[in-house]
Design a binder for this molecule. Structure first.
Ligand SMILES: [Zn+2]
Ligand SMILES: [Zn+2]
Length: 270
């Protein structure tokens, strides 16, 4: 029982840290929360070994800009293994320090994210690993081996979620497409289940700034439910909904927006 409850708590903390924190809050600014809460949510992703938030966000913004076209850091067009995980150590797209600043100026204004980025060096990964190890030593010291084991399993599952989104949710043989976005993004139920709603990825590519990714009744989006809860207790504001199509995405990136494609609705809402 201890294992199960601990697992659920850690799974929510680490997965929402990635989906709600790194992705919907930082990458797309789909909502706003108080700064202390933003740091707490993002900490869940950081401690799930997601690394520098600036690196994550700037990589992800490039993915949206060039989705499944040359310049996409992790498209299955370069191989499924590459899209799943190999892009991390064998990148086909190198982001320079200058490009990083250009793609994430909002994050560079935050001293915490700037510190964790370690001046765009590989120290960011070493720092993240070090802090994550210390965090788990503390868990072990305070709660013992069963809770630590629950944490490790939850971390592994949280870590795999975005890898599945990057690979299986961009494979035409899986899931379905609700919107024509000019890329291979798909809505895949089993990815959505594991990643708390991020698998409704075609919807997300159609409306990148929307805080809600699951749009049909059966497209369960647990991250959206969490956002809804935060809104109901007054902790989330400026929550964006899927009204603006993808050409309006990433306003902070300037001229490059012109390359974004326009979504055309094909089924949802009919
Ligand atoms: Zn994508
Ligand atoms: Zn995104």
């Amino acid at each position: 029982m201890t294992f199960f409850i601990s697992f659920l708590i850690f799974y929510a903390f680490h997965t929402l840290g990635i989906t709600l924190g790194y992705h919907r809050l930082l990458s797309h600014r789909s909502l706003r929360v108080p700064k202390w809460l933003e740091y707490f949510i993002v900490a869940g992703g950081y401690l799930a070994l997601e690394g520098s938030p600036i690196f994550w966000v700037t990589t992800h913004r490039l993915h949206h800009r060039y989705s499944d076209h040359p310049g996409d850091p992790h498209s299955p067009h370069d191989g499924l293994w590459h899209a799943f995980i190999a892009w991390m150590w064998k990148p086909k797209v190198i982001i320079t320090a200058q490009q990083s600043r250009k793609n994430g100026p909002d994050l560079y204004r935050d001293p915490v994210y700037k510190f964790l980025h370690c001046h765009h060096t590989h120290w960011d990964g070493i720092l993240c690993l070090g802090i994550s190890v210390v965090y788990r030593v503390i868990i072990y010291g305070l709660f013992g081996p069963i809770v630590l084991a629950a944490n490790l399993l939850a971390t592994l599952m949280a870590f795999v979620g975005p890898l599945l989104v990057n690979s299986f949710s961009h494979l035409r043989r899986f899931g379905y497409e609700s919107y024509k976005c000019g890329d291979d993004s798909r809505n895949v139920w089993f990815v959505a289940l594991l990643s708390l709603g991020e698998g409704w990825h075609n919807n997300h590519h159609a409306f990148p700034q929307s805080a809600r990714h699951g749009l049909k009744p059966l497209e369960i989006d647990a991250t959206w439910l969490a956002i809804n809860f935060l809104g109901s207790i007054g902790l989330a504001r400026d929550v964006r909904m899927p009204h603006s199509p993808c050409r309006l995405a990433l306003p902070q990136m300037g001229e490059e927006n012109k390359t974004a494609v326009v979504a055309t609705e094909s089924s949802v809402g009919k």
